[in-house]
Design a protein around this ligand. Structure first.
Ligand code: KIV
Length: 262
């Protein structure tokens, strides 16, 4: 998969499958799956590091996890999140952050919002780095949004989202993530734009879906937003496996003679 194939997919009406990935061993598994894009999301701060929001993710954290994923999934197209504030300062610092992610093995970067980011998006695109935009619920702005809430509900917010989506395309972004927006708005944006719209909580009438690895596999505790479909009860399976190991160890059933050296 490369950037040209990605845009051809939308034209062919084929959906894109995106999943977050944060570490080497998961990446090695996902490298053998039918997923199109691995997203080293700044959600790593919450899912892996146990933080309350994505704000504690910094460029060191993102570079570390990007490297792990790139080593494990050499055949996948990898997109890494530019973390909170890393692209809002001076131009050189923002470009350095992009360079670090690309050197760590990413093929593209993702950033949140269009307002205030137009110049830096243009600069990154002109530097030969594909940019994925992210609109709707933008978790780096959780404090300004008043929480993790559905966006684009009233007429003014819908117009603004549509406008910014069109701007993302005009600025040269190769794809757009729409998070937690009403399905009819996401559908309209998908129809109006040529670039693929990747939805999360944005309904089915978009060009692809993205989910968080741990949510999809049931590894994220009780976290179960409306849009999430769990494909595995991973937490329960792991608990049962570990308890079976504990029980076998205590009873002496593990290790057996076959599992020991003569
Ligand atoms: O960081 C992340 O995981 C994301 C996805 C939810 C789109 O940005």
């Amino acid at each position: 998969m490369n950037i040209l194939e990605l845009s051809a997919r939308k034209q062919a009406g084929e959906k894109l499958v995106v999943l977050t990935c944060y570490d080497y061993s998961s990446a090695a598994i996902l490298n053998r799956t039918d997923v199109d894009i691995l997203l080293v999301g700044d959600s790593v701060a919450m899912v892996v590091h146990g933080e309350e929001s994505t704000l504690p993710a910094d460029i060191e954290m993102m570079v570390l996890h990007t490297r792990m994923v790139a080593r494990g999934a050499p055949d996948k197209f990898i997109v890494s999140d530019l973390p909170f504030m890393s692209y809002r300062g001076d131009r050189q610092t923002s470009i350095d952050a992009v360079a670090e992610l690309m050197r760590a093995g990413s093929h593209a970067v993702k950033l949140e919002g269009i307002a205030g980011n137009k110049k830096i998006i243009r600069r990154i695109v002109q530097s030969g780095v594909p940019v994925m935009a992210h609109l709707g619920l933008t978790p780096q702005s959780v404090n300004a949004l008043g929480g993790f809430k559905v966006q684009g509900r009233d007429e003014a917010a819908r117009k603004q989202l549509l406008k910014e989506s069109l701007q993302a395309e005009q600025l040269g972004c190769f794809a757009l993530v729409l998070e937690c927006v009403p399905s009819d708005l996401a559908a309209e944006i998908s129809q109006r734009l040529k670039i693929p719209i990747i939805g999360i909580g944005a309904g089915a009438a978009v060009d692809g879906q993205v989910l968080v690895f741990h949510d999809l596999l049931g590894l994220a505790g009780d976290f179960k937003p409306k849009f999430l479909r769990r494909y595995l009860n991973g937490g329960e399976l792991i608990t049962n496996a570990v308890n079976a190991y504990a029980s076998d160890t205590r009873s002496g059933a593990f290790p057996s003679r076959q599992e020991a050296y003569d």
